[in-house]
Write a protein that binds this ligand. Sequence first.
Ligand SMILES: CC(C)(COP(=O)(O)OP(=O)(O)OC[C@H]1O[C@@H](n2cnc3c(N)ncnc32)[C@H](O)[C@@H]1OP(=O)(O)O)[C@@H](O)C(=O)NCCC(=O)NCCS
Length: 181
Amino acid sequence: MTAGVSQPLPPVEVTPAGLDRRALIDGMMQFYIYDFSEFEPAGSDAFELNAEHRFDPYPLDDYWRDADRHPLIIEAGGRPAGFALINAVAHSGGICEHSMAEFFVMRKHRRGGVGARAVARILPMFPGRWEIAVARRNAPALGFWPRAVGALDCVRDLRTVEMDSELWRGPILQFEVIDPV
Ligand SMILES: CC(C)(COP(=O)(O)OP(=O)(O)OC[C@H]1O[C@@H](n2cnc3c(N)ncnc32)[C@H](O)[C@@H]1OP(=O)(O)O)[C@@H](O)C(=O)NCCC(=O)NCCS
């Protein structure tokens, strides 16, 4: 394998995923889970391959059934570069309209601004109260979210609460996204 030379930044698009693109999210999800397996202690039973030599499928059904869940595809230069899953689960135990359940940028596209530009497209699509919970061990995400969210004009009252409860251990970003119209 050879590494490519650097290219100009490709345009980043975010589109709602129809059911026809569920398999794409399912496929990328395997890489997402693999990335998360890095944060698991080696002795743990979690994040092991199943009898089909894959990680267990992520429960995606609700994302095409519930009105407050949104599956999104991130494309860079017209090619799949990641995904976002949005729901309304507040890990703080409070109330929010939107929560970033999962967010993923494929490794080839990282550190080129794809994630930040995707967030800049996603948040204005969903005005209201947001939460983004970040796992304490996930150093890239700890660096990414305050930067990506804090840069946006549509974000108000951004604060970070440190949680150490049964619901969540780690920082949760809480903010309001104002309606662009
Ligand atoms: C976290 C993630 C989404 C970042 O995506 P990305 O496209 O690489 O992010 P960007 O290039 O837009 O980065 C924007 C800024 O975030 C911060 N950042 C991004 N990756 C970082 C890292 N690995 N370490 C520290 N800061 C980081 C930097 O400030 C960066 O700006 P810079 O490159 O000018 O320094 C990506 O690494 C990923 O998909 N990781 C695996 C899944 C995951 O952890 N998702 C988050 C779940 S909460």
